[in-house]
Design a protein around this ligand. Structure first.
Ligand code: URP
Ligand code: ZN
Ligand code: ZN
Length: 474
């Protein structure tokens, strides 16, 4: 018998959450999960998952779409193409960054960013803030008001001329995070060391893309990670170190945790699947495709990142999707030139490939449990940024954002992806799985074809973080 109260039943699913794996039918009404059980009544629509793994839709808590850039640079993906790519790769919620430019009010940055998103997003979205100009008005009025209004996380930079804060400014901003219960994310690299090394490399004529990695050795990440942890300790506030690349930063985070400090950590696919050799072994400009910061390291560091993903050191696995076209004057060849590594825009695409890469090389290669995969890619990001349990789980009352996995071999080709970037760093890599279906609020957005829903992606106001102090494991 059909139950008119059930808009959809996903039948015979192998449901995976952060804690359990079990066989069930999933009943959906009004865009939310309302029943989990065996032999549920017939829904108005039916999807037979036939024993396939079904996970919560991914929450990509670190991606950059249509972020304002100094000319000639422009990001390749806006909220249309960026969220299209997200959906096709199994991500149903994204959290990009409303970036304050120096001299700009934070409120104005947020208003501008809403304008960029409105009517374009195919998946649900929230905003982090980027605080680059912590004036008294920002610290006393704007930031507290925005936190109260559902923008409960912000990123601060220790590098990049146009974004970086000095230690005093970082302390001021961390104090606001403590007073108002926000999550502070830190890009930890020592700007002065990078500048010092860059000048020397340039003076020696070493300007090819591969020298980007030489200008940002792990020491600069280690020092800044330790400093960020110390500043947070001084203020007595949790801190989240983003895009951790390898051993030296990992050691600082382990040290902090061992001393009882609330330090969370995020890593990204590039630190598992790329090495510095991808920036070039000769002076070819192709390496610009993999220029990101911190740079990818080496195979030994990839193993350290895998260990950290499995043993709880890392709380989040995000893409850090920062999309620039390779062969474009607004991208990796500014004004059409092959420039010194210093001027290559930092960042690589990855919002569509994040989930399939980790599912393939983590879960199906036997390196990670299915439940840990769910925790890292969906549940913990939702908890870290106050979106759980609405997002990041398969539970009664959660949004019906689901991925039904197809475990089959495929070769990654940029031509098959849905972002607006003209390359993927993972071209030619064999994967073991890809989403067969992605559902958002019970609506199919990807089933091998993309079903656009521009403007139906909803803006989400974030609550306070709900992660446990040990990184979300208990
Ligand atoms: O190289 C990177 N990661 N670019 C994106 C901006 C950032 O720092 O996250
Ligand atoms: Zn960063
Ligand atoms: Zn980033």
């Amino acid at each position: 018998m059909t139950d008119p109260g059930l808009d959809l039943v996903v039948r015979r699913a192998r449901v995976a959450t952060a804690s359990d794996t079990f066989d069930a039918d999933i009943g959906v009404a009004g865009g939310r999960i309302v029943q989990l059980g065996v032999d549920l009544p017939k829904g108005v629509r039916e999807i037979d998952a036939a024993g396939r793994v079904v996970t919560p839709g991914g929450v990509d808590a670190h991606c950059h779409f249509d972020q304002p850039m100094a000319p000639p640079l422009r990001m390749a993906d806006d909220f249309d193409t960026g969220t299209r790519a997200a959906a096709c790769g199994g991500t149903t919620t994204v959290i990009p960054f409303a970036a304050q430019m120096k001299g700009q009010s934070l409120k104005a940055a947020v208003a501008d960013y809403h304008h960029r998103a409105e009517g374009r997003a195919h998946v649900d979205y929230a905003f982090h803030l980027i605080v680059s100009d912590p004036t008294p008005a920002v610290l006393k009025e704007e930031l507290p008001a925005l936190i109260r209004d559902g923008y409960t996380s912000f990123k601060i930079y220790m590098t990049y001329e146009d974004l970086k804060l000095d230690d005093g400014q970082i302390l001021d901003v961390l104090e606001v995070a403590r007073e108002h219960g926000a999550m502070a994310m830190v890009h930890a690299e020592n700007a002065d060391c990078i500048e010092w090394l860059t000048k020397r490399l340039e003076a020696a004529g070493r300007t090819a893309p591969r020298f980007h990695a030489h200008s940002r050795p792990m020491l600069v990440e280690r020092e800044a990670t330790h400093r960020a942890i110390s500043l947070a300790e001084l203020v007595d506030v949790p801190v989240l170190i983003v895009h951790v690349s390898g051993r030296e930063a990992v050691e600082q985070i382990r040290w902090a945790r061992a001393h009882g400090l609330k330090v969370y950590a995020e890593t990204c696919p590039q630190y598992l699947f790329l090495t510095a050799a991808d920036l070039g072994i000769d002076d070819s400009y192709q390496g610009a495709k993999c220029v990101c910061s911190p740079p990818p390291r080496d195979k030994a560091n990839q193993e350290i990142i895998w260990d950290g993903l499995n043993d709880g050191l890392f709380t989040l696995f995000s893409s850090d999707h920062a999309p620039f076209r390779y062969d474009a004057p607004e991208g990796k060849k500014p004004d059409g030139e092959e420039v010194s590594f210093r001027h290559i825009p930092n960042g690589i695409p990855g919002v569509e490939t994040r989930m399939p890469l980790l599912y393939s090389e983590g879960v199906l290669a036997g390196r990670m449990t299915l439940n840990r995969f769910v925790e890292l890619t969906a549940t913990n990001p939702a908890k870290a940024y106050g979106l759980h349990p609405r997002k990041g789980s398969i539970a009664i009352g959660s949004d019906a954002d689901l991925v039904i996995w197809n475990e089959r071999e495929l070769v990654l080709r940029n031509a098959d992806l849905h972002h607006a970037v003209d390359y993927t760093p993972y071209e030619g890599q064999t994967l073991k799985a890809w989403p067969a279906l992605t559902l958002i609020g019970g609506a199919v957005v990807w089933d091998g074809q993309f079903h656009p829903r521009a403007g139906l992606g909803r803006f989400l106001r974030c609550g306070k973080p709900t992660l446990a102090p040990d990184g979300g494991r208990n």
